[in-house]
Design a protein. Structure first.
Length: 128
């Protein structure tokens, strides 16, 4: 796979994760649910984008010799993590729509998991 395409996919996800976390935290600080909802929708859009990348076969894993894990394989696991984070955020949105009070806790889990993904993709991009 071309390295520029992989960098484009991971960088766009990284910027999206950063934007969603900023919107959610800003919405919590200012007590404005609209901003928190925008952050949730960004996570859901990122999940759909990651699902498209996974299902369309955009990332091809080359054959490796030995125990080394390729960069493309780590990117695929990152994209799967984004899909899981999107599912958690979708659960938070459904809980909010049904007015169940634990939706903020589920959103917090999503934010913590997305920060883990943010730094995972950061190290993925740094390793050559």
């Amino acid at each position: 796979m071309e390295q520029n395409l992989l960098l484009t996919f991971t960088s766009s996800m990284q910027f999206g994760i950063f934007g969603a976390v900023v919107f959610i935290i800003f919405g919590w600080v200012d007590n404005k649910e609209r901003f928190t909802d925008v952050g949730r929708f960004i996570f859901i859009a990122l999940g759909i984008y990651a699902l498209w990348i996974l299902l369309s076969g955009q990332v091809q894993v080359p054959e490796t010799a030995g125990n080394e894990i390729s960069k493309e394989l780590r990117a695929i696991s990152f994209f799967k993590g984004v899909v899981i984070c999107s599912g958690i955020c979708l659960l938070s949105l459904v809980l909010k729509l049904f007015k169940i009070r634990y939706y903020r806790f589920v959103t917090l889990i999503c934010v913590v998991f997305s920060l883990f993904l943010f730094f995972t993709v950061y190290t993925l991009q740094q390793k050559g």
